[in-house]
Design a protein around this ligand. Structure first.
Ligand SMILES: Nc1nc2c(ncn2[C@@H]2O[C@H](COP(=O)(O)OP(=O)(O)OP(=O)(O)O)[C@@H](O)[C@H]2O)c(=O)[nH]1
Length: 422
């Protein structure tokens, strides 16, 4: 089974900082948890001209209780089934970060190992490295220090405007003798950074009145959409929620097969129509089935697309419109997945996706490894769109509810009245 995922992922750019053994382990764990990997450069073709609107369809007959794909266009390869069948107990549920309801009883065994902390995972980021290098040599409280902090922030993609505002505020306060030493200035920087992120650190709430709560995931190619859906599905399942998946990444056959395999193993219905099917039609079918079955949450996958490809961006709008034929309030969350290593280009990605489909929440993935980290501040400042989750690794438990304090503390040198490892 590992070979399948290795083959799928071998075209992806290598992540730095991981050993072969590490990546073997990650591949195996991710495969077991919920694999997803498109070959880099996979590009969905521009969609055909918009077909006739889907005609109103009579409500689907109630489905049998057992989960089964609504359609079975292509068999799931045996090796994928084997991977899914090996799936162990999950540790994705994050105590204290669930939906607004009281924690529901989580079936199954509890996690065996404490998941790695934010600091542990983010230590390789440009911002963490830049700032820890600065403060590890006991700098003097002067303009040079401010200049160096400014360089570290800009290098890490915090953005020029945000950085200038931060630095000018600190400079004023330094001149007013507010700080006794460099550490006091660092503490002030921490507070400012947390304040920038606090307004967007808004966890996803599943509205129980929405039946189902429809979550549409979007993003450019290879950002971690399919992987994130797997982690989210695991999380929702662990929370005891009724769940259905729509295999809307109809461009990549493996994406459909992976969803189906995961669904079969976990008793979750996956609605699919196979490769090259109309993604809007898959979403429509899935919502219809989810409504008929009283499913609580429907997660719809979409193919990765470049924000510059107008036809593909228009297709997202079409998926949304088609969903709204069945439920005018759907989708209840348009979750855009952004690769944390992308840098400032993430801003134009979000701008275009937001214009096309109205993004309501973000997941920033791959913040472990070589991400610059600062882009999260730039996104928060420019858009104010809630950041729901942060991806700090490939395991299910590495999709964390975004926590402004934990994130900032992981980037800053240790010992600043931290909120603690989370
Ligand atoms: N290090 C790290 N890797 C991640 C994270 N999230 C996803 N990945 C990896 O990113 C790669 C791409 O993930 P996919 O889920 O296939 O991306 P996608 O957006 O579905 O790709 P397309 O179908 O092409 O749009 C995979 O190798 C994942 O394991 C993360 O938080 N950290």
């Amino acid at each position: 089974m590992v070979s399948f995922f290795r083959r799928k992922k071998s075209d992806k750019p290598a992540r730095s900082g991981s050993t072969d053994a590490d990546s073997e382990r990650r591949i195996a764990e991710l495969a077991a948890a919920f694999p997803g990997a498109a070959a880099a450069g996979d590009q969905a073709p521009e969609p055909a001209p918009e077909p006739d609107p889907i005609p109103p369809t009579p409500p689907a007959p109630p489905a049998p209780a057992e989960a089964a794909p609504a359609t079975e266009p292509e068999p799931v390869p045996a090796e994928i089934i084997a991977a899914a069948m090996e799936t162990g107990p999950s540790s994705a549920a994050e105590p204290g970060h669930g939906p607004e309801s009281e924690p529901e009883s989580v079936p199954g065994p509890q996690p065996v190992a404490k998941p790695a902390g934010w600091r542990d995972r983010l230590r390789g980021s440009a911002l963490a490295r830049g700032l820890s290098g600065l403060f590890s040599r006991n700098p003097r409280l002067d303009d040079d220090l401010l200049d160096e902090i400014e360089t570290a922030l800009i290098t890490a993609d915090v953005g020029v405007t945000a950085t200038t505002d931060l630095i000018e505020d600190l400079r004023k306060r330094m001149k007013a003798r507010e700080f006794v030493d460099a550490n006091a200035l660092l503490a002030a920087l921490r507070t400012d950074l947390v304040e920038m992120l606090r307004p967007v650190a808004m966890p996803l709430r599943i509205d129980r009145n929405a039946k189902p709560f429809v979550l549409l995931t979007v993003g450019v190619n290879g950002v971690g959409k399919t992987t994130t859906i797997g982690k989210l599905a695991r999380r929702f399942k662990d929370e005891g929620r009724g769940l259905m998946l729509a295999a809307g990444d109809t461009f990549r056959a493996a994406a459909v097969a992976q969803l189906q395999a995961w669904g079969e193993r976990n008793g979750v219905t996956v609605i699919a129509q196979g490769q090259n099917a109309d993604a809007a039609s898959v979403a429509f079918d899935a919502l219809q089935a989810a409504k008929a079955r009283g499913t609580e949450v429907l997660i719809a996958d979409t193919a990765g697309r470049l924000h510059t490809q107008k036809g593909l961006m228009d297709e997202l709008g079409k998926i949304k419109r088609v969903l709204q034929k069945l439920d005018p309030s759907a989708p209840h969350e348009v979750l855009m997945v952004i690769d944390g290593t992308t840098g400032q280009n993430a801003l134009s990605q979000l701008r275009q996706f937001h214009a096309a489909v109205g993004v309501t929440g973000l997941v920033v993935t791959k913040l472990d490894g070589t991400a610059k980290g600062g882009m999260v501040f730039a996104l928060a400042r420019e858009f104010g769109i809630p950041i729901r989750y942060a991806g700090i690794g490939e395991r299910p438990e590495d999709l964390r509810v975004f926590d402004a304090e934990a994130f900032v503390d992981a980037l800053l040198p240790q010992g600043l009245g931290e909120s603690g490892e989370k």
